[in-house]
Design a binder for this molecule. Structure first.
Ligand SMILES: [Zn+2]
Ligand SMILES: [Zn+2]
Length: 418
């Protein structure tokens, strides 16, 4: 074998693809009922779209971006996440001129140069949603409720919704100071990354999964204790609204998302069935980002679902054996031509019909029908053509029924689910 796929990427093939489509269809339907419209954005952007928004000192920007120079010597980055490109597009296309909230969703690949491990890929897929122009915490509750509805609709169970507020630019400095005071005398226990993070962006220390750092930061001051009045009220209203909407949630004061742009509401959904890499979706509010990008001050909130995280959790419970509704086994040339004609007419009616091209025995044609999970089979030979009648056999129940050799008869039979 001469060519192999790159490390950390995957080929997604049938029958797995039906699980992907199932999730995408469920999500689209729910997005529609909430008024979210799809957008498709480029996979590559100018590198500077990501640097300040995600944060110069974040792991993503420091270590994980696929960045390269194109032939025009521009620095290009394959998007590591969806929100920064969305905000770029929001401003560039003047989407803020539409009535607020402006609600969008996207589906597609993201790229991060990470160590490949179970359910983690360097090209990974997200379904994301963004709602712009409203800072009312009812919108936060609504978008979290929508996320919960999507995850439930695809069959996920045992989910834990963790929420917090990480404050705003008014109150965050107080928190960072308190955090620094707390961490200062524990610096000797930090990993080398955290030693550096302590100086550049101490919030990042809270993201670190290195055991020594996890231990050292135990008991650190909870961010929710340092919220200003505005942020505190916002958070209280969010909690009240989530209760009113019956969205179960827990408050995790130590939840800090690995991106710099979040303000106020932040949330993460994890599954008890996924071990240490347990987050299946995450999101938050980013009220300062549009202005930071040079646009009009506009609040925003969004989330992203990790496809590769949820697929292993639901795959086994989904029926993925798909097959044609009708399989036609012709015997002889004349029958083969008639088979093609029947197939074309049924396909025009939207039925999935396959014709055997092998010109072999009935037995081997039937074996093939079985292999591709055909639901119904007809054998078309000289007798059938002469009498204008065929036997349609249901491959599941083994029931047989004789019908006229007329398209509408098959159409009716297949449609009735027989
Ligand atoms: Zn605040
Ligand atoms: Zn560390």
């Amino acid at each position: 074998m001469k060519y192999r796929k790159l490390k950390g990427v995957q080929d997604i093939l049938p029958p797995d693809i039906s699980v992907w489509q199932f999730i995408e269809e469920k999500a689209r339907k729910i997005f529609r009922s909430y008024g979210y419209r799809e957008i498709r954005l480029p996979i590559m952007e100018s590198t500077d779209v990501f640097i300040r928004s995600i944060g110069e000192t974040s792991d993503i920007v420091e270590k994980e971006m696929y960045t390269f120079k194109d032939k025009g010597d521009r620095s290009i980055t394959l998007r590591p996440e969806g929100t920064a490109p969305f905000v770029r597009a929001y401003i560039e296309n003047h989407l803020n001129n539409e009535p607020a909230p402006q609600k969008y969703y996207y589906m597609g690949p993201m790229f991060r140069y990470e160590r490949p491990q179970a359910n983690r890929y360097r090209q990974f897929y997200q379904i994301g949603a963004e709602a712009m122009g409203i800072d009312d915490p009812k919108l936060d509750a609504e978008i979290i409720s929508m996320l919960s509805l999507i995850l439930e609709a695809v069959g996920l169970k045992g989910l834990n919704f963790e929420i917090t507020s990480i404050g705003c630019k008014e109150c965050r400095p107080d928190y960072i100071k308190a955090l620094k005071d707390f961490l200062e005398d524990k610096m000797l226990d930090f990993c080398s990354d955290c030693g550096r993070r302590f100086k550049t962006n101490p919030l990042r220390v809270l993201d670190c999964k290195v055991p020594g750092c996890v231990k050292a930061k135990k008991g650190s001051p909870p961010v929710v204790d340092y919220l200003c009045k505005d942020c505190g009220d916002h958070f209280d209203q969010l909690k009240n609204n989530l209760n009113r909407l019956n969205v179960p949630h827990t408050i995790n004061p130590n939840l800090v998302r690995g991106l710099d742009y979040y303000t106020k509401t932040a949330f993460e959904v994890s599954s008890e069935n996924l071990g240490s890499q347990s987050a299946v979706a995450a999101g938050g509010r980013y009220d300062g980002m549009v202005k930071e990008f040079g646009g009009p001050a506009t609040p925003g909130i969004g989330f992203a679902i990790g496809m590769e995280r949820i697929i292993p959790l639901i795959k086994d419970s989904l029926e993925t054996t798909d097959g044609p509704e009708l399989y036609i086994c012709p015997l002889g040339n004349e029958a083969a031509e008639e088979a093609l004609r029947i197939a074309e007419q049924l396909r025009a009616k939207g039925r999935w019909v396959e014709v055997n091209y092998d010109n072999t025995s009935i037995r081997s044609q039937m074996r093939k029908a079985n292999k591709i999970n055909a639901k119904n089979v007809i054998v078309l030979g000289d007798d059938e053509l002469k009498n204008r009648k065929v036997t349609i056999k249901n491959m599941g129940s083994k029931d047989e029924e004789i019908v006229d050799l007329v398209i509408n008869e098959y159409h009716k039979l297949i449609q009735s689910g027989k």
